[in-house]
Design a protein around this ligand. Structure first.
Ligand SMILES: [Zn+2]
Length: 415
């Protein structure tokens, strides 16, 4: 139910005005006060008061004068991009990736730590957060978020279970923020990755697209009109357990013929278990290194058979997803993203399965952010929650400066 607000609530009006002014500067700045007033249709006095307040909080700064040959040259104002920062973490295979950015999503620091099943992952979260908080005033951090696979309780900020790992009921961020009032949250990794691609990657120009991730499991993030589709319980896009063969292979969820039972690396490892050379890939619990996994598939001598099966099942799942969502494009990421020939196969078979009523069938492509899409998505969510996420129009004119190569560079430099 919509919350009714009294129309005379002065503070509420001031908050809305302030948000509108910030939004205008975010997407069209730097600007003078008079231009802000014209663009927002707020009175010069209202703009002046709000700007004074924003300047006192270091959120807005003067950045020069308007170039004008005649008369007074008004002062230009812009967001003070470095005055606040956002901290994103993501569980990616067997790593925790952490990034700190300013409110223009420029990376200030990054950290990557590998973990193993016998370590307490909350200790790794704490280590990464401590590293990213060092050198920054914690009161200027506007949010900390975590993207992770698993069954999540968003309200409690709790990871109930993560497939393949023994941990249960993990609290994020645990006790590390005890004396620091930084808002925190968790989000499903595939949803976050979809949003990451929407703002910093391949999806910038799209209004609606699907992001399919294939790894230990299979999931999809669905972006409709630039928003993540969550569903009534937050499980929208859980295509891993969509039935693709009613009488098919038994899945670990107890059903038969789930998509995941054919295309996840657990499924492939099971399929190849008698002949994969590397002993590490015989132990399914430890199959979490994607480069090594593909190498093992290639070395098995049955790669054509594996890829043909996977393309067949994956395209069945993707075609069903397309029929429901009608996206402009489908991004496929995860273990097969480097296999060009395979991706072509998946696209052809998906198109073959789609009804001929649709002429321009959605392309199936890889993302631009690779394994860093989910951490990027967390940054986008923090910016969005705090009114710092730029509009699509302004992004198309000048994209965010979120460079994934920098994450690796910072992480290496820290070691
Ligand atoms: Zn299943």
């Amino acid at each position: 139910m919509m919350k009714q607000r009294p129309t005379g609530d002065l503070q509420y009006v001031q908050r809305m005005n302030r948000r509108l002014i910030l939004e205008t500067l975010l997407n069209q700045g730097p600007m003078s006060k008079i231009d802000i007033s014209r663009t927002t249709t707020l009175s010069p006095t209202t703009v002046g008061n709000a700007i004074t307040e924003l300047q006192s909080e270091n959120l807005v700064q003067e950045v020069g004068k308007v170039a004008s040959p005649l008369g007074r040259r008004p002062t230009l104002l812009d967001i003070q991009w470095n005055s606040r920062s956002a901290i994103g973490l993501a569980v990616v295979d067997n790593k925790v990736v952490g990034v700190r950015t300013n409110v223009a999503a420029s990376i200030q620091k990054a950290s990557i730590h590998e973990f193993s099943v016998d370590r307490d992952i909350t200790k790794i979260f704490q280590m990464v957060i401590e590293e990213l908080l060092s050198g920054v005033d914690a009161t200027t951090v506007i949010g900390i978020g975590l993207a992770t696979p698993g069954v999540l309780d968003r309200q409690l900020g709790e990871i109930e279970t993560i497939a393949n790992f023994p941990w249960r009921h993990l609290k994020f961020p645990g006790s590390i923020l005890k004396d620091r009032a930084i808002p925190s949250f968790i989000e499903n990794d595939t949803n976050a990755a979809a949003l990451g691609e929407a703002y910093f990657g391949r999806g910038r120009q799209m209004n609606s697209f699907c992001y399919v991730h294939v790894g230990t499991g299979v999931g999809a993030g669905v972006i409709v009109d630039r928003h993540i589709m969550l569903g009534s319980r937050g499980y929208a896009g859980e295509i891993g357990h969509m039935t693709v063969d009613r009488h098919g292979t038994k899945c670990r969820c107890g059903n038969s013929g789930c998509l995941e039972a054919y295309v996840s690396w657990r499924a492939i490892a099971e399929f190849l278990k008698d002949e994969v050379v590397h002993p590490r890939y015989k132990d399914l619990e430890n199959v979490i290194d994607r480069g090594g996994f593909l190498k093992a598939v290639y070395e098995s001598g049955r790669k054509n058979e594996v890829f043909a099966n996977v393309a067949d099942m994956l395209s069945t799942g993707i075609a069903a997803l397309i029929s429901m969502v009608d996206p402009e494009m489908v991004i496929v990421e995860g273990i097969y993203e480097k296999c060009d020939h395979f991706m072509k196969q998946v696209e052809e078979q998906t198109h073959f399965r789609l009804t001929n009523i649709v002429h321009d069938k959605p392309k199936i492509v890889t993302g631009e952010l690779g394994e860093f899409a989910s951490v990027a998505g967390i940054i986008a969510m923090i910016l969005e929650r705090n009114g710092f996420l730029r509009s699509q129009e302004s992004l198309l004119a000048s994209p965010y400066d979120f460079q994934v190569a920098q994450i690796q560079e910072y992480a290496v430099a820290m070691q």
